[in-house]
Design a protein around this ligand. Structure first.
Ligand SMILES: [Zn+2]
Length: 274
């Protein structure tokens, strides 16, 4: 390792990249042939006092003095995920209409970063009242507390029956991916963020003539340096996603709290090593 020395404070990206392979050279760190999404997936993750980070020189980011480190925890994964997979892939434009299906932490990260582009409408769809309230605080212009056909009807009413230019899927189940197909406007984009475990129907019999694009992506964290600047300058404040904090030795309580988010109103939970 040549880029960092003992005592440096660093941001650990959720994606490890060698910086040299074909995919890394294309900025597709997520598919690095000797890295990618390995932390917490194919090797141990980072909820520990000490961790070994593969390709550390090209997978860590120095933390500038005076930067809020709690806010930066959101930059390891959810902020670049919401931004790259949802906002960038969804080509959010000034004056455009955007729907975010799912107001979990990643959906809210998409909500925060979509505002870089000043869309006219930012509509968040979820069933959890607390999360919809959070969405309003974080910049949603409207919220829809419904699912399925009811959500579709309400969304269409809010958009003069046109649907939205960008429909961001931030849940990862068939019902929400299908809802995105129902609410995307002609010429629009469905930007999938959700991690899907089962097959979902694709209604080409409706979409074939509607000039729709569907995008998928594993976050590359290629925007982390840019996002770091926006946090430092106060353009966005991802710290407001943090609702709870626990010491490392109470980590089971932390998981319990997060798994009962509807009751605990948990969004992001900080684990403190010491
Ligand atoms: Zn690589």
């Amino acid at each position: 390792m040549t880029q960092f020395k003992k005592g440096d404070r660093v941001l650990i990206s959720c994606i490890s990249s060698c910086g040299k392979c074909e995919y890394c050279r294309r900025g597709m760190y997520s598919h690095c042939t000797t890295g990618g999404w390995i932390l917490g997936n194919t090797i141990d993750g980072t909820q520990a006092e000490y961790v070994r980070i593969p390709h550390a020189d090209t997978s860590l980011y120095p933390i500038p003095d005076g930067t809020d480190e709690d806010a930066l925890v959101m930059l390891s994964d959810i902020l670049p995920t919401g931004f790259e997979c949802g906002v960038l892939n969804g080509k959010v434009q000034p004056g455009a209409s955007v729907a975010i299906v799912g107001a979990g932490p990643v959906g809210l990260a998409a909500l925060l970063t979509a505002q870089f582009y000043s869309p006219a409408e930012l509509i968040v769809i979820d069933l959890d009242e607390n999360r919809l309230e959070a969405a309003k605080r974080f910049g949603a212009t409207k919220t829809v507390k419904a699912t399925g056909q009811e959500a579709k009807q309400q969304l269409l009413q809010l958009t003069e029956n046109k649907g939205v230019d960008t429909a961001i899927e931030a849940v990862g189940i068939p019902a929400t991916f299908e809802l995105c197909q129902e609410i995307v406007a002609a010429g629009g984009i469905i930007a999938n963020i959700g991690v899907h475990g089962v097959k979902a129907d694709l209604h080409l019999e409706k979409l074939w003539s509607h000039n729709i694009a569907i995008t998928t992506r594993l976050v590359d964290t290629v925007t982390t340096p840019m996002l770091l600047k926006t946090v430092r300058s106060g353009k966005i404040d991802p710290k407001k996603l943090i609702t709870h904090r626990f010491k490392l030795d109470a980590i089971l309580d932390a998981y319990d709290t997060f798994s009962k988010a509807a009751d605990t109103q948990a969004l992001k939970v900080i684990i403190e090593a010491a």
